[in-house]
Design a protein around this ligand. Structure first.
Ligand SMILES: NC(=O)c1ccc[n+]([C@@H]2O[C@H](COP(=O)([O-])OP(=O)(O)OC[C@H]3O[C@@H](n4cnc5c(N)ncnc54)[C@H](O)[C@@H]3O)[C@@H](O)[C@H]2O)c1
Length: 340
């Protein structure tokens, strides 16, 4: 059941998915369509409620049933967050590589146990922080890397909208803001140094449904994360502000826009500096739009097949995000700034 050998890096991998819910059904669709993968099956005790698996015999009620029936090289863990740990443990013990949906686990303790299981089994594993595969964010990061904005001083994300009835086991911090806590570090090129947070509980659930985080990366870039399930419209926006202007990515439409600072035309440079920036040209970039979940799958397949340079999200990065989410909840509870 091991990995394909290094001299056959493009051979089809036998891939399965655990969980056929909101996100698992999309993984199942892509696994069945990909020429890189032979679809080994899907596991969901609730069955295939979205009717996504073309061959009904490939829907299994448990991991054990799947592994008894099929040889599996890798599996995508798309079960509720609190069940990531037992699912990944069972797969790793059977020698199966795992792509675990974000967040890596519900708590840092569980994330570390998951990492230990993967390490003990010697299997490859990564986290599905799929926003890193969004074309607008990839291009945003590339442009920041080329120095288009000059020195960067702010990363601000907004991820608000109505409540999706599917989420039951965690609050908005772990379910949604983990996207943003990963993004600010990936885009800013540094880990979080400190943060403060505010939450709201407006829907009568045990967990929070709104969070505002403000903090600083170790690179001294300030960041702001604004996430909720209470807004009557869906917004997914990431903006990076630097000394030459601002890049704004809309990940719903995969649009990227550059707002340049106006040219300095006056000799009175000191007076201009005191006045601050002015509005310059605005450019919307035309991007080729590939489905982020497909890019994530292909990247993971490259890596499982032996390409160590494939840009997967490591378990260490996944753990850092879970730790950041716990720090957010601690900061919101105590009202204090938390250092990571
Ligand atoms: N990357 C993203 O953008 C994204 C989006 C949504 C969800 N997610 C993550 O994916 C995971 C699943 O979320 P969802 O919204 O699809 O949840 P969901 O509740 O819609 O679906 C989960 C499915 O898993 C099944 N399940 C439960 N226990 C199982 C087990 N032991 N083995 C196999 N199947 C099992 C359930 O029957 C259900 O069908 C969560 O960790 C969530 O954070 C990621």
């Amino acid at each position: 059941m091991g990995l394909v050998s290094d001299d056959e890096p493009r051979a089809a991998l036998r891939g399965a998915v655990l969980g056929l819910g909101m996100i698992g059904r999309h993984h199942a669709r892509l696994l069945q369509a990909s020429s890189r993968v032979t679809f080994a099956g899907a596991v969901d005790p609730g069955g295939d409620r979205f009717g996504i698996v073309q061959e009904p015999a490939l829907v299994f009620g448990s991991i054990e049933e799947l592994l008894d029936a099929k040889a599996v090289d890798f599996a995508i863990v798309a079960v509720p967050t609190e069940e990531h740990l037992p699912a990944a443990q069972a797969l790793a013990a059977a020698g199966v590589a795992v792509l675990v949906e974000k967040p890596l686990a519900a708590t840092a303790r569980e994330a570390r146990a998951l990492m230990a299981a993967v390490e003990a089994a010697g299997v490859r594993a990564a986290v599905g922080h799929v926003e890193r595969c969004n074309p607008a964010l990839l291009e945003l990061r590339r442009r920041v890397g080329t120095g288009q904005l000059g020195e960067v001083f702010l990363i601000a994300t907004e991820r608000v909208g109505p409540f999706p009835a599917r989420v039951r086991d965690v609050g908005v911090v772990k379910d949604l803001a983990t996207h943003d806590l990963d993004l600010v570090c990936w885009l800013g090129g540094a880990p979080i140094e400190r943060l403060a947070a505010q939450t709201q509980h407006r829907m009568g659930r045990q967990h929070e449904d709104l969070v505002l985080v403000t903090g600083r990366l170790r690179s001294d870039v300030a960041f702001n994360v604004n996430v909720d399930w209470l807004s009557p419209t869906k917004v997914r926006r990431t903006r990076i502000l630097g000394e030459r202007g601002m890049l704004v990515a809309d990940t719903l439409t995969s649009d990227l826009t550059f707002f340049a600072n106006g040219e300095v035309t006056s000799e009175w440079t000191a007076a201009q500096a005191a006045r601050g920036v002015s509005e310059g040209d605005m450019t919307r970039y035309a991007l080729s739009r590939r489905e982020p979940l497909l890019v994530e799958l292909e990247t993971f397949c490259d890596w499982v097949a032996g390409d160590d340079s494939a840009p997967i999200v490591t378990l260490e990065e996944g753990l850092a995000t879970v730790l950041a989410a716990e720090a957010v909840l601690e900061a919101a509870g105590s009202g204090e700034t938390v250092r990571l």
